[in-house]
Design a protein around this ligand. Structure first.
Ligand SMILES: Cc1ncc(C[n+]2csc(CCOP(=O)(O)OP(=O)(O)O)c2C)c(N)n1
Ligand SMILES: [Mg+2]
Length: 737
């Protein structure tokens, strides 16, 4: 049981005759402490509401009505041992786990010292590294899959304790791991949030993998103004989830802390014993409006609100203590007075807190510890020496081969790497492999072939067909120190993961002010030129992701770069979207021998594919070989010498290389496979126009796909995507401008 820590001291017990009696295992003293925390939570909400009205804080959302759930959960679980993914109503949970009211108020005032976010997040967006309370965000439900990944990480470290050891020379130096073999991950959410798809994806995986996760649904029957019967078919989530195997289920009155404590204790025992997850459905109340921006009188009549008031958990708990003779009225008053005094002090202190300074805003967008653009990642010379010493000329390999080999080598080197996604395993039915009945698949493009066989099914495995599931779980795992290298089968199907990719993965570090990080590598098969790939197997769209601060975006054009950049991605400390062009996987162009198990290419270092003096072409991915062909033809036919830059990484990108080249050639063409308008080239063109204006002898031009979709018939696909002839024409026109 947790020893709840607040900055409030316990008052004397009123009735000594009750001192020995326990309630579901809770002593009188613990019950008084429970009440103290519940009362503190409520009054802290009231204080914040007042501060908001006085415009001293900028937002308020209360935990009112949910206090009993939080206190009970914290008492049944272990702070700084178990892991917690709460949501905004969980003020009482966080107080009971050991967060002080002052710390909470620091977030409300947006102080630099706010331990959750340094003034970056709204109040009630909990995150306390010292207590294993993981940084929370505002999108409803994104925490649930992350909690699944967190639980999986705990299990992984328990069965691979060597993986928890600090490693040298990569992100592991900055990612300390702690775990316990019987730890639990607690995740809470509202009734409305059970409508999110990610909730169901999380339930599915928790059930299937028998994970030690406690789902705590705090059902106050409303999601802002939308009532539960509109959210949930039949109006009761317990009935809908009852069919999930391996769960311990309980549905109960969430305003009763003693009953809740008993339910969480049973859940904890079930989870710690490895039986599976638990689902606690707590019926609570919402005595205040959704937030201070909402007025519930617009959609809830007085009668309904008054009816609910009779179930207020704080009042109920107070009455319970008096009825049981645990506290008398004097004791209650004394306790409440103490709380008020301490809150007053906390408010006074918090209002004096120093706000963050604007010069800090870009801090922690990326890792402050590892810079993937640095020379530490430039190992090209090492490779050359190694090959020369060997004497033999190794056979050139495809990009697919080298990615596979790099993944294998990195997995061997770093036991924290796990790999999953759709079809990435060789064969989920392991017995077929053991009996040597089959060869195994290892990815629809075979990029992960053989890895499950080499490293085992707990390191390489199939996910359900659910992209948010893949990325959300990976985020949770990486937060715990694992290095998930996950695969999205086709870029065209990345969108179900978009909430995790846009609002979670790249924000974890920044929003927690470096309290947490989640350096996942997401490999994605992208692009067209497939002849028959059609719309949904050919799309690009990289600029959507380069638009996201905090996310590194890599797009190699050849085998050797793919190997070097992938290794940099894995060893660095930031989330990386690693885009692999399907057409390049097995292309003759760009094949290379394996450059060795330490070969890395730093980010933001463009490659001069061909030097030239007359025109700069800036490109990446599958346009590189096409542009090279066009450039060679142009030189043959017209003597025009194109300098061809392969950016290799799109965020960060190599501005210096672009700048140096354009200063020399005075002409720039940006070429990319994605649709023309609003694409990646727009940013590059704008930068050149802005910063190199006086060096230009011609307008900056772009060659890209037409603003439509990639069609099935090859003649249409050819017309839509940029071809050698299109590039040649554009180069020629620009050179002769
Ligand atoms: C993905 C997403 N959609 C919409 C919102 C806006 N929003 C914030 S809270 C909320 C209602 C949540 O209701 P519920 O899950 O029942 O939790 P409660 O607030 O009732 O505790 C909504 C719609 C959001 N934050 N995230
Ligand atoms: Mg609700």
């Amino acid at each position: 049981m947790a020893t709840a820590k607040t900055d409030i001291k316990p008052p004397a017990l009123a009735g000594s005759k009750q001192a020995g009696k326990t309630y579901q295992g809770l002593t009188a003293e613990q019950l008084i402490n429970a009440y103290r925390i519940m009362y503190t939570s409520r009054r802290l909400d009231d204080r914040e509401i007042m501060l908001k009205r006085q415009q001293k804080i900028y937002f308020q959302i209360s935990g009112a009505g949910h206090e009993a759930v939080g206190v009970a959960a914290a008492f049944a679980l272990k702070p700084a041992y178990d892991w917690f993914y709460p949501y905004y109503r969980d003020r009482a949970l966080c107080l009971a786990l050991g967060v002080s009211p002052y710390e909470m108020l620091l977030q409300a005032v947006g102080a630099a010292d706010d331990p959750s976010s340094g003034g970056r997040q709204m109040p009630s967006h909990w995150g306390y590294p010292r207590l294993n309370i993981v940084t929370q965000s505002s999108p409803t439900g994104t925490q649930i899959l992350q909690a699944i990944g967190c639980a999986e990480a705990g299990r992984y470290f328990a069965s691979h304790p060597n993986a928890a050891e600090p490693g040298a020379g990569d992100y592991r130096q900055f990612k300390n791991v702690s775990f316990h073999g019987d730890e639990i991950t607690y995740v809470s959410l509202g009734d409305g949030t059970t409508s999110e798809g990610e909730f169901w994806e999380a339930m599915n995986t928790a059930s299937n993998r028998k994970l030690p996760v406690i789902f705590s649904v705090e059902d106050n029957e409303y999601a802002i103004s939308v009532p539960v019967e509109v959210q949930t078919a039949g109006g009761n989530i317990s009935r809908l989830v009852a069919g999930f195997p391996n769960f311990h289920f309980e549905e109960l009155d969430g305003t009763d802390p003693v009953a809740m404590y008993a339910a969480f204790s049973r859940s904890a025992a079930y989870c710690r014993a490895g039986e599976g997850p638990s689902f606690i459905h707590a019926h609570v109340v919402r005595p205040y409006s959704h937030s201070l921006s909402d007025d519930e009188r617009l959609y809830r009549p007085d009668a309904e609100r008054q009816d609910e008031a009779s179930r207020d958990p704080v009042t109920r708990m107070q009455m319970f203590l008096i009825r049981e003779g645990i506290l008398d009225e004097k004791g209650v008053n004394q306790l409440e007075k103490q709380v008020e005094d301490e809150l007053q002090q906390a408010v006074d202190r918090a209002l004096q807190a120093t706000p963050p300074t604007p010069d800090t805003i870009t801090r922690y967008v990326y890792s402050p510890d590892i810079d993937p653009t640095s020379s530490e990642f430039a190992t090209e010379r090492v490779m050359e020496v190694a090959q020369a010493a060997d004497g033999k000329k190794p056979a050139p390999k495809t990009m697919a081969d080298l990615i596979n080999t790099t993944l294998r080598d990195e997995m061997r080197r770093d036991p924290r790497i796990v790999m999953f996604g759709e079809d990435v395993a060789d064969c989920s039915r392991e017995q077929y492999l053991q009996q040597k009945l089959i060869k195994g698949k290892g990815g629809v493009f075979k990029l992960t072939a053989g890895l499950q066989c080499d490293f085992g099914s707990d390191r390489v495995f199939n996910s359900p067909l659910a992209e948010a599931n893949i990325v959300g779980r990976a985020v949770g795992m990486a937060t715990r120190g694992l290095k998930p290298v996950v695969e999205i089968q086709f870029f065209d199907y990345i969108w179900p993961a978009m909430m995790q990719l846009r609002d979670e993965l790249p924000l974890i570090r920044w929003r927690s002010n470096n309290g947490f990080s989640s350096p996942v590598v997401v490999r994605v098969a992208i692009g067209g030129y497939l002849t028959g790939g059609a719309i949904y197997h050919s799309q690009c769209g990289e600029s959507i992701f380069t638009h996201i601060p905090g996310l590194r975006v890599v797009f190699p054009s050849n085998a050797q770069d793919a190997a070097g950049l992938l290794r940099t991605a894995i060893r660095s400390d930031d989330p990386v979207l690693f885009l692999e062009h399907k057409r390049l996987y097995r292309e003759t162009f760009g094949r290379a021998p394996y450059p060795g198990s330490d070969y890395m290419v730093p980010f933001a270092k463009a490659k001069i594919v061909q030097p030239g003096t007359d025109l700069t072409v800036i490109t990446y991915g599958a346009v590189v070989p096409r542009a090279l062909q066009a450039a060679q033809k142009l030189e043959r036919e017209r003597g025009i010498r194109v300098e061809l830059l392969d950016l290799r990484t799109l965020n960060p990108f190599d501005w210096e290389a672009i700048s140096a080249s354009v200063r020399k050639t005075n002409r720039a063409l940006v070429a990319y496979e994605d649709t023309l308008s609003w694409g990646y080239g727009a940013e590059i063109a704008a930068r050149i126009a802005d910063q190199l204006f006086e060096h230009l002898d011609a307008p900056v031009r772009r060659v890209a796909a037409q603003d439509t979709f990639v069609a099935y018939h090859p003649s249409l696909e050819n017309a839509i995507l940029p071809q050698v002839d299109d590039l040649l024409r554009a180069m020629k026109a620009l050179a002769e401008f």
